[in-house]
Design a protein around this ligand. Structure first.
Ligand SMILES: NC(=O)c1ccc[n+]([C@@H]2O[C@H](COP(=O)([O-])OP(=O)(O)OC[C@H]3O[C@@H](n4cnc5c(N)ncnc54)[C@H](O)[C@@H]3O)[C@@H](O)[C@H]2O)c1
Ligand SMILES: CC(C)[C@H](C(=O)O)[C@@H](O)C(=O)O
Ligand SMILES: [Mg+2]
Length: 371
């Protein structure tokens, strides 16, 4: 198959982690005789430096003309530390999500047996944890009216949702739940917020169309606790934009690191695949960031392109690295491997270049097992 992919490296660790996903895509192309053509485009602080805009028009055009978009991360401390900056890297990402109408951000939370002993949580809480957060991505407080008074002492962020915005993501989430463990939890703050009461009403109205799916409703403050206390209870969590942003970073701790969490942003335009983490500026250029969030996002991209066997191969190569303790510094701060080494290992695993037993403590021995 031939596919055109727009690649947006972005800022900080974005280029490093995305480079590992490109290695993986090339390994898949090699093994399955596919052709992936990459168009590199700008977004974020990098784009502001080079063009003055966080999202140049060419980037939007390229995304719209592609089969999929692979995105790293954006963000830079010079903007994070300057609340008065009018042009900001994050505006690029929000504008692109809107331009591609990516209304659903799908964030799976998976735990790995090989990492459970390293988690801050007890292994008995982690076994069998496997849920998906459906985060609404093009509405809510992120996209409402923003105002700062003339004297700069009063600020406003408006949160707006329409029932249509709730319906389209709720239907997607119900369909996913129907093909999984058949449970959907709507997370909201309907005891306080009018928008949350709209979400709850609409979900209650839709629920009878999916009779096999059990629905429950949970306030977001309780959900934040339940995700840590009893994560096994969840199958599909459906929630609005900002709650989903916060809860998914929290839930990534269950897997062992924010750097492991992938996502797919889908809607009516070209889908975009992005790790949930940010540009982690402290690690930029050091080759220490975990690339698996990006690589697993690439597996989601392959699924989306109907390459199911290819996606499964990527996931099993990732699991192979974890089982053999080839992990980055976030997972094991003492015995760790570089970002680029993990990308090489996953790719070599895909192209069957790794054979025999591997001793994780000896990098030379590892090299000797690569033909
Ligand atoms: N989708 C995105 O592009 C995105 C997402 C979140 C934050 N941001 C931006 O990123 C910048 C930094 O924000 P932040 O520090 O709050 O969030 P961050 O996700 O960049 O990092 C938070 C912490 O998570 C860990 N981490 C993140 N990614 C990792 C990886 N791949 N490997 C290992 N550890 C990893 C690190 O401990 C890091 O200190 C900001 O400018 C922010 O706006 C962008
Ligand atoms: C950078 C920021 C705009 C973004 C968000 O809040 O959506 C990020 O945190 C994410 O999770 O992708
Ligand atoms: Mg976030």
């Amino acid at each position: 198959m031939k596919k055109n992919i727009t690649v947006i490296n972005g800022d900080g660790i974005g280029p490093e982690v995305t480079a590992q996903s490109i290695k993986v895509l090339n390994a898949i192309a090699d093994r399955y005789d596919h052709e992936f053509n990459y168009t590199y485009c700008l977004m974020g602080a990098d784009a502001i430096d080079k063009t003055g805009s966080p999202l140049p028009d060419e980037t939007i055009a390229s995304c719209l003309n592609s089969d999929a978009v692979l995105f790293g991360a954006i963000g830079h401390p010079k903007y994070d530390n300057d609340p008065t900056a009018k042009v900001r890297p994050e505006q690029g990402l929000l504008k692109l999500r809107k331009a591609l109408q990516l209304y659903a951000n799908i964030r799976p939370i998976t735990t790995y047996a090989a990492l459970q002993h390293l988690s801050p949580l007890k292994p008995k809480h982690l076994e069998g944890v496997d849920f998906i957060i459906f985060r609404e991505l093009t509405g809510g407080i992120y996209f409402g009216k923003k105002e700062l008074s003339e004297d700069q002492n009063t600020a406003l962020d408006e949160c707006i949702y329409t029932s249509d915005e709730v319906v389209r993501i709720a239907k997607l989430a119900f369909e996913f739940a129907g093909n999984r463990k058949r449970k959907l939890t709507l997370v909201d703050k309907s005891n306080v917020l009018e928008t949350s009461r709209l979400w709850r009403r609409v979900v209650k109205e839709i629920a009878p169309q999916y009779p096999t799916v059990a629905v429950d409703y949970m306030f977001v403050d309780n959900a934040a606790m339940q995700i840590i206390l009893n994560p096994k209870q969840f199958d599909v969590i459906l929630t609005e934009n900002m709650f989903g942003d916060i809860l998914s970073d929290e839930a990534s701790v269950l897997a062992g690191s924010l750097g492991l969490s992938p996502s797919a942003s889908v809607g009516t335009g070209t889908a975009m695949f992005e790790p949930i983490h940010g540009s982690y500026p402290q690690a930029a250029g050091k080759d220490i960031a975990n690339p698996l969030g990006s690589i697993l996002s690439t597996a989601m991209m392959l699924e989306y392109m109907q390459m199911h066997e290819e996606a499964a191969i990527v996931r099993s190569a990732v699991e192979w690295t974890l089982q053999n303790r080839f992990v980055t510094k976030d997972i094991d701060p003492i015995n760790f491997y570089f970002t680029s080494t993990i990308g090489d290992l996953v790719s070599d695993c895909i192209t069957n270049k790794i054979t025999g037993e591997v001793n994780q403590s000896n990098i030379e021995l590892r090299k000797s097992t690569i033909i």
